[in-house]
Design a protein around this ligand. Structure first.
Ligand SMILES: Cc1cc2nc3c(=O)[nH]c(=O)nc-3n(C[C@H](O)[C@H](O)[C@H](O)COP(=O)(O)OP(=O)(O)OC[C@H]3O[C@@H](n4cnc5c(N)ncnc54)[C@H](O)[C@@H]3O)c2cc1C
Length: 161
């Protein structure tokens, strides 16, 4: 996928800040979203070595594309697979593996890059709703979530707090 489908158009995609939509299906088809997730949750059930090799090949095409896949796999799917309830795993993992929904991991803040203990973003339980306040930057996949959210193409956005 890297050399054949990514390299020829990645420069234009970068300059026009447009993520080629066909890459989502392509990444899902080669098992790049949660390679180690077992088949019962919609994953290809590969091992961690295979995961590494897939990411290495994607990186050869483009580092940002590898980030899209590895953030989805390690920072979104892994916590749900490891710490989520059975209901959460069944609900989210198959859709994430298919690239139907995309997730991101928002740690970095403008004034507290490598220092999570300095984070000031917070969430408050207001009874009938949650209030999320703060600022984040350099969050891989977040432009996809925001554009899909405002384009109302995405039905669900997951906040893992
Ligand atoms: C392409 C890309 C994708 C990214 N995707 C994500 C993402 O999906 N989610 C996310 O949360 N973040 C993401 N980031 C942010 C990335 O994790 C941060 O860049 C990283 O945390 C470093 O923060 P910073 O750049 O503010 O550097 P700083 O924390 O300001 O550090 C600057 C320099 O000081 C050094 N330094 C920092 N603290 C100390 C210390 N206590 N002692 C000695 N040296 C120190 C660092 O090693 C570094 O060399 C992404 C960044 C990039 C470039």
């Amino acid at each position: 996928m890297g050399k054949k489908e990514v390299t020829p158009i990645v420069e234009e995609a970068c300059q026009t800040t447009k993520f080629p939509k066909q890459w989502f299906k392509g990444l899902a088809e080669i098992g790049a979203f949660g390679p180690y997730i077992p088949a019962e949750y919609g994953g290809p059930g590969l091992d961690q070595i295979s995961y590494g090799l897939i990411m290495q090949e994607l990186e050869r095409g483009d580092s940002g594309l590898r980030s899209t896949a590895s953030v989805q796999s390690s920072l979104v799917m892994f916590p749900i697979y490891t710490y989520g309830s059975e209901e959460q795993k069944k609900k989210y993992l198959p859709k994430l593996a298919a690239g139907d929904i995309m997730g991101c991991f928002g740690l970095t803040e403008p004034d507290h890059g490598s220092n999570p203990s300095g984070m000031i973003t917070n969430i408050k339980d207001k009874g009938d709703h949650y209030l999320l306040n703060g600022a984040k930057m350099w969050i891989s996949n977040s432009p996809l979530l925001i554009s899909q959210l405002f384009g109302q193409k995405m039905k669900q956005v997951i906040f893992v707090v």
